[in-house]
Design a binder for this molecule. Structure first.
Ligand code: PLP
Length: 484
C-alpha cells in the first residue's frame, strides 16, 4: 500500500548519518583493518540502499527500518568484502577441457612459479649484460633454452624470439617478411581462432596481401606453384585449430611446400598455434610439434606459450637466424615484447622439458593421466557425495578435450561424474557451483551437470565435496523455513 509522505519522512529520520554510523566500535575496527576510505564508501552505500528501500516501500514501518539499521555492521562488512574482492580469481576447472581459453589456459608448473617469485620481487638482469657490465637485450633469456630444445634431431641453427602471444607473433612475422608483398595461403586454412583472430584480417593489418589458392577441401602443390610471382614474399601454412576438414581432402605435405619455397627462394612459415615440445602422439593425440615442423623444412614457426607448451601467455617465433634477425629489428617487436614475469615463467617451464621432467607441467600431466585413475578418483568422490541428502551421482564414461587450438577431434577418454539434486535443474545447479568459493565450472550436457576430474587438481577435490554439502544444507534450510 502506498504510504503517506509524512510517515516516510519519519522513517528516513530513523536512518543514522554516515558520521554517526562510523562511530561504532565495530566500524572503527573495520577502518583499522581496511582503511578509512573504503569503509566510509561501504557505509554510504549501505545507508543509501536503506533509504532507497524506504522510498520504494520495501521498508514500510519503523520496526523493519530499525531492524535493517540493527544489521548495519553485517551489511557494511559484506559490502566492503564485495567491493574489495579481486576481480581475477582462482576457479576449479571441472570441464575436462585442459587448455580452456576462458579459464586462463595453462596452469603454471612449480618451477615457473619459483622463477617468478625469485625474479619479480627484486631487480634482475632483464636488459643488462652482466659479463660486459653494459646494456643487454631482454630477448636473450628464453632464447638459450629454446635453442637447446629445438636444435636437435637434424635441426640446427634455429633461433627464437618471444612476443606477447601467438596472434602478435603472426602479425609481426607477416609484417616483417611480407609487408607490401603477397602471401600464399590455402583456402582451407583461412582460419578464425576465438576472440576475433582471423587470418585474412591479420594479413590486412600486417600490410601483406593475401593470395588464396586451392579450394576449401583440396589444395595441391601445383596451386601454390602457379600463384608464385615476383611479388610473392611468403608461403604460409596455418594450423587448422578448432575445426577439421574430412572426406575428399588434400593438402601438400610440409616437406613439399618447403621444397617449393627453396626452389623459388621464398620462405615457408607455419602458424602452428599449439606448439607442442613433446610428441603428442604419445598421449594418443594426432598433433605435430614444433620440432616436427622445423625438421620438415619450415623456415619459421609461430606458436603459443600457454597452449600445448603449458607455460605463460606468450607467442614464439622460431626459425632461421636471418629471418629472426629481421623480425628482431622491426619496431613492432618493441611494441609486442613481453615482460620479465613472462621470461621467468617461460624459462621455468622450458627447463622441465630440458630436464625431461615435463610431467611436472600440469597440462602435460593432465594429458598423460590414464582414464582408469580418473575413474578411481570419481568413484571415491561419489562415495563421499552419496551421504548428501537429495543428491544423486553416478560415474559415466566420456571424453576430455585438449582445447587451446588443437583439433576438435583431439580428445582423451575419461570418466565423468553426472550429478543432480532433487528439485534443481542442471542450469540452476551449475549456477550454484559457479557461486561456490572457489567457483566450480562444470559442463552441462543433455540436462545433466557433468564433472571431469582430469582437470581438477587432487588438492582441490575437497572443494567440490564441500560445495555440494553446502548446497544441500542451504536447500534443507530453505525447505525448513518454508514449512514453518
Ligand atoms: C591459438 C592460435 C593462435 C592465437 O594464439 P594466441 O596465443 O591465443 O594469440 C594463432 N594461430 C593458431 C593456428 C592458433 O591455434
Amino acid at each position: 500500500m502506498p504510504q503517506p509522505k509524512n510517515v516516510k519522512s519519519e522513517l528516513y529520520h530513523e536512518v543514522p548519518s554516515v558520521d554517526r554510523s562510523l562511530n561504532t566500535p565495530w566500524i572503527a575496527r573495520l577502518i583499522e583493518q581496511e582503511g578509512r576510505a573504503p569503509v566510509v564508501e561501504a557505509v554510504r552505500t549501505v545507508l543509501s540502499r536503506i533509504r532507497t528501500e524506504i522510498a520504494q516501500g520495501h521498508l514500510a514501518d519503523r520496526e523493519s527500518v530499525r531492524r535493517a539499521i540493527g544489521h548495519l555492521d553485517d551489511a557494511v562488512t559484506q559490502q566492503l568484502r564485495a567491493a574489495m574482492e579481486f576481480s581475477l580469481k582462482r576457479v576449479i576447472n571441472a570441464t575436462g577441457v585442459i587448455l580452456h581459453t576462458n579459464l586462463g589456459r595453462a596452469p603454471l608448473c612449480e618451477t615457473a612459479l619459483q622463477r617468478i617469485h625469485e625474479v619479480a620481487r627484486v631487480y634482475s638482469n632483464l636488459e643488462f649484460n652482466l659479463g660486459k657490465g653494459e646494456r643487454g637485450k631482454r630477448d636473450v633469456h628464453a632464447e638459450r633454452l629454446f635453442s637447446r630444445l629445438l636444435n636437435q634431431n637434424g635441426v640446427s641453427d634455429v633461433k627464437t624470439v618471444v612476443v606477447n602471444n601467438c596472434a602478435a607473433a603472426v602479425l609481426l612475422a607477416l609484417n616483417t617478411l611480407a609487408e607490401g608483398g603477397e602471401v600464399i595461403v590455402s583456402r582451407g586454412e583461412l582460419v578464425e581462432i576465438g576472440g576475433s583472430f582471423r587470418v585474412p584480417e591479420v594479413m590486412t593489418k600486417s600490410g601483406a596481401v593475401l593470395r588464396e589458392v586451392g579450394t576449401t577441401n583440396r589444395t595441391r602443390i601445383e596451386d601454390y606453384e602457379r600463384a608464385i610471382n615476383e611479388n610473392t614474399r611468403l608461403l604460409l601454412r596455418v594450423h587448422r585449430s578448432n575445426f577439421a576438414i574430412i572426406g575428399f581432402t588434400e593438402q601438400p605435405s610440409l616437406e613439399a611446400l618447403a621444397a617449393l619455397g627453396r626452389k623459388h627462394g621464398i620462405p615457408l612459415m607455419e602458424d602452428l598455434g599449439g606448439g607442442a615440445l613433446v610428441p603428442m602422439r604419445r598421449f594418443g593425440i594426432d598433433e605435430g610439434g614444433v620440432l616436427e615442423s622445423l625438421r620438415a623444412g619450415v623456415d619459421l614457426v609461430t606458436y603459443s606459450g600457454d597452449k600445448l607448451l603449458g607455460g605463460p601467455q606468450a607467442g614464439m617465433l622460431s626459425g632461421r637466424p636471418e629471418l629472426i634477425g629481421r623480425i628482431r629489428s622491426n619496431p613492432l617487436f618493441r611494441a609486442l615484447r613481453v615482460d620479465k614475469l613472462t621470461y621467468a615463467a617461460l624459462e621455468g617451464t622450458l627447463i622441465e622439458y630440458l630436464r625431461q621432467t615435463h610431467q611436472e607441467i600440469p597440462t602435460v600431466q593432465m594429458m598423460a593421466l590414464p582414464a582408469t585413475s580418473i575413474r578411481d578418483r570419481a568413484m571415491a568422490m561419489i562415495e563421499q557425495l552419496k551421504a548428501i541428502p537429495d543428491l544423486s551421482a553416478q560415474v559415466v564414461d566420456g571424453f576430455s578435450l585438449i582445447g587451446g587450438g588443437t583439433a576438435p577431434s583431439a580428445t582423451l577418454p575419461t570418466f565423468l561424474i553426472a550429478v543432480s539434486i532433487n528439485g534443481k535443474s542442471a542450469d540452476e545447479l551449475s549456477r550454484c557451483l559457479r557461486n561456490a568459493d572457489p567457483p566450480i565450472v562444470a559442463r552441462v550436457e543433455e540436462g545433466k551437470v557433468l564433472l571431469d576430474l582430469r582437470t581438477v587438481f587432487d588438492r582441490d577435490e575437497i572443494f567440490i565435496g564441500n560445495a555440494f554439502t553446502k548446497l544441500s544444507m542451504a536447500k534443507t534450510e530453505i525447505a525448513a523455513a518454508e514449512s514453518s
